[in-house]
Design a protein around this ligand. Structure first.
Ligand code: TXA
Ligand code: MG
Length: 324
């Protein structure tokens, strides 16, 4: 059961939990967030576990200042202007990921863009105290509405986390507005706590609305990283020259002849597998093998989201872009 601590006395305990790789429910000005160290794959996998999300939606990374932000996202004059005007505040900017940024791939669910936000309140102090960017979706289980008070978060997630930081009801009460920078254009991916008109006025631009084909909208996976290789699921037998994405201690028949092998989790931990999924798919694809064979992965817990992602990676490309 979660402990609830007032924001004024929770900083040390919250920081300890974050640095040890645990998610903590914390207030932001918009809604409560389920925050974890964005550089730690195991910690990020725990977020998905606590939320019981059936798929890996990319997460917003929260920063405490422009120095941290510039180390993670590729800013241009337009995004810098929006950040200067509206941060800290209820605006999330989707930017190209900076090369070499220390953000675990599971946070982005394999995308090469990153959603960044500089919030106010307790979470900002927590980022400064830990020195870590914090990945945080809204603190609610999948399909439930976002928690805007500590009791609401407790009722929904209290049994699954160690600490809820209470700073009263959140002042904004709805999630941040998400805007994607597309070169000279701005696209509204999610309306939220900052009015679109205010953004348009500051940018001197109209926001594009709706996602054109091939552009990802929140919650959609259509343009997520898709391997070049064909992906073959539930492989019981491996053909010579295939790359093998393994799971657990026992190998499929023919595994010795694989061109390359990565094991998502030799001890069969779905949390470890989730943390390794995107980077290992990428590594196997980079070997040039024409097929990536994937051993069966259980469907319980995080297995559902892992299988969802693999199914999408295995779908023929044109179908994937239409249905995702
Ligand atoms: O106010 C908020 O934004 C709250 C607080 C905790 O900061 N967070 C929040 O997170 O609402 P979440 O996970 O519930 O919603 C984040 C949305 C998702 O719909 C996700 O698909 C989208 O942001 N998103 C994240 N990264 C993205 C990216 N690279 N491209 C497009 N959409 C992205
Ligand atoms: Mg949410």
């Amino acid at each position: 059961m979660a402990v609830i601590l007032a924001a004024g006395e929770a900083l040390e305990k919250a920081a300890k939990l974050i640095l040890a790789g645990n998610p903590v429910a914390v207030p932001t000005e918009t809604v409560y967030g389920l925050a974890a160290d964005a550089t730690n794959g195991d910690a990020v996998a725990r977020i998905y576990e606590v939320k019981a999300r059936p798929r890996f939606n990319p997460l917003i990374v929260h920063v405490d200042g422009m120095e941290m932000a510039e180390g993670i996202g590729e800013f241009d004059p337009l995004s810098r202007r929006l950040a200067a005007k509206f941060w800290p505040g209820p605006l999330t900017l989707v930017l190209p990921l900076k090369k070499g940024a220390d953000i675990h791939p599971l946070v982005r669910a394999g995308l090469d863009t990153i959603a960044l936000r500089m919030p106010t309140g307790f979470i900002s102090r927590l980022i400064a105290r830990t020195g870590r960017p914090l990945a945080a979706p809204s603190a609610n289980s999948s399909g439930h509405i976002s928690g805007t008070s500590a009791p609401a978060v407790e009722a929904d997630l209290g049994a699954r986390i160690a600490l809820i930081v209470d700073d009263g009801p959140t002042p904004v009460g709805v999630e941040s507005t998400i805007v994607k920078i597309e070169g000279e254009r701005l696209r509204l991916l999610r309306p939220g706590g900052l009015a679109a008109e205010e953004i348009e006025e500051a940018a001197g631009l109209k926001l594009e609305r709706g996602a054109p084909a091939g552009v990802e909208a929140p919650g959609m996976l259509s343009s997520h990283y898709a391997p070049r290789a064909r992906v073959r699921l539930n492989a019981a037998e491996i053909a010579a020259g295939e790359a093998l994405l393994a799971f657990g201690p026992k190998r499929a028949k023919g595994a010795d002849a694989a061109k390359a092998v990565r094991n998502l989790s030799p001890r069969g931990s779905l949390r470890e597998a989730a943390a390794n999924l995107f980077s290992m798919l990428h590594e196997l694809d980079a070997t040039g093998a024409s097929v990536i064979a994937v051993e069966p992965i259980p469907f319980d817990g995080l297995g559902e989201a892992i299988n969802d992602r693999l199914r999408r990676a295995a779908a023929p490309r044109d179908i994937e872009s239409r249905t995702a």
